[in-house]
Design a protein around this ligand. Structure first.
Ligand code: UDP
Ligand code: MG
Length: 321
């Protein structure tokens, strides 16, 4: 088995109007870091990186204060509100310059800190990506829980590879972060991209608890936008459905042609009905098919324009540099 050196861990935590929870969050994460350092699982230079996502309250002032008092706390202030996904990306891309491993966790610490420790254990076993998978969501409101589960099902029905019941609580090694840096797309949906990186991954159980203070910053609108990105950024399957619909209509129009001709010959129809019926179904199917064909090209343009990398190298055995 490969032995992995003890990592310098950076905990990236996005904050949007989190003044009510920051002091608690910093206290908990500091205690955790101290414990992990004492246990010899992470290097003493490990720390927390709070990313202020354009908060309108005193979040950044509090991060500045915490940074002055506590050598475990660093801060990154974004110029405006860019949203949860981009805020995490900013934190990870900043941390990758000096971290061996990065864990992303929401500032409200609704995720399980015990699971964070397990993530380090999995990292030390050689995994590059460790996903926190929610095992109990009883602390989440019913609507959020059921809609999230329905969404995960829809995603897998559409052939998108994503981890069931995993939000953005995860550990990534530096090389996994380097691979992630090759995805230049703007409409970020990290839960879809990260499984595509291909590096060895595993999961740990994450028991969700209630928010200790403050309110959820994920409005229904933000949640829906994320869900739309989660589907449309990874599949052009809905376009194929249009072609399917066009073919179905063409089939119906052939059946209609037989039916209409029989009615016409038997004098069962009023004048004009036969030609109308035939053109209606035929033209409908041609329009749908044409749309589908155009859609296929647009889909290809969409995939190309994202400029995603074709592969990531896991190992390169060579004798000479
Ligand atoms: N967040 C952010 N930018 C936003 C919205 C949320 O950085 O525009 C952060 C927020 O501060 C928190 C995390 O994303 O650390 C998750 O948000 P929240 O806990 O409100 O969502 P929930 O747990 O209710 O899904
Ligand atoms: Mg939360």
């Amino acid at each position: 088995m490969i032995s992995i050196p003890i990592p310098r861990l950076v905990i990236v935590s996005p904050c949007y109007n989190e003044e009510a929870i920051l002091a608690y969050s910093a206290r908990e994460l500091t205690t955790l870091l101290e414990r992990l350092i004492a246990a010899g699982k992470i290097l003493p230079t490990s720390h927390v990186l709070y990313v202020n996502d354009g908060s309108r309250d005193r979040t950044w002032e509090l991060i500045e204060e915490l940074h002055r008092e506590n050598h475990f706390i660093d801060g990154l202030c974004l110029a405006g509100n860019v949203g949860h996904q981009s805020a995490i990306m900013a934190g990870m891309m900043t941390a990758r310059d000096f971290a061996d491993a990065v864990v992303t966790i929401d500032a409200d610490l609704q995720d399980d800190l015990g699971a964070l420790e397990e993530m380090i254990d999995r990292y030390l076993e050689g995994y590059d990506i460790v996903y926190g998978v929610k095992v109990s969501r009883t602390a989440d409101p019913l609507l959020k829980r059921t809609s999230a589960l329905a969404f995960y099902r829809l995603q897998s029905a559409m052939g998108i590879r994503a981890i069931y019941n995993h939000a953005d609580f995860r550990l990534m090694s530096r090389r996994a972060l380097d691979a992630l840096a090759c995805y230049p797309e703007r409409n970020l949906y990290l839960r879809g991209i990260i499984p595509q990186l291909g590096y060895a991954s595993t999961t740990v159980d994450d028991v969700i608890s209630e928010r200790v203070a403050g309110e959820s910053k994920y409005t229904l609108r933000k949640m829906l936008l994320l869900a739309v990105d989660g589907i449309t950024s990874f599949t052009t399957r809905p376009i194929s459905w249009i072609i399917g619909m066009g073919l179905l209509c063409l089939l119906i129009s052939i059946c209609m042609a037989v039916y209409v001709l029989v009615s016409y010959i038997e004098h069962l129809s009023v004048p004009g009905w036969a030609s109308l019926m035939l053109s209606l179904w035929f033209i409908g199917s041609i329009v749908l098919l044409s749309l589908g064909v155009i859609g296929q090209y647009i889909g290809k343009i969409y995939i190309e324009i994202k400029q995603r990398p074709r592969y990531h190298i896991a190992q390169h055995l060579k004798h000479h540099d």
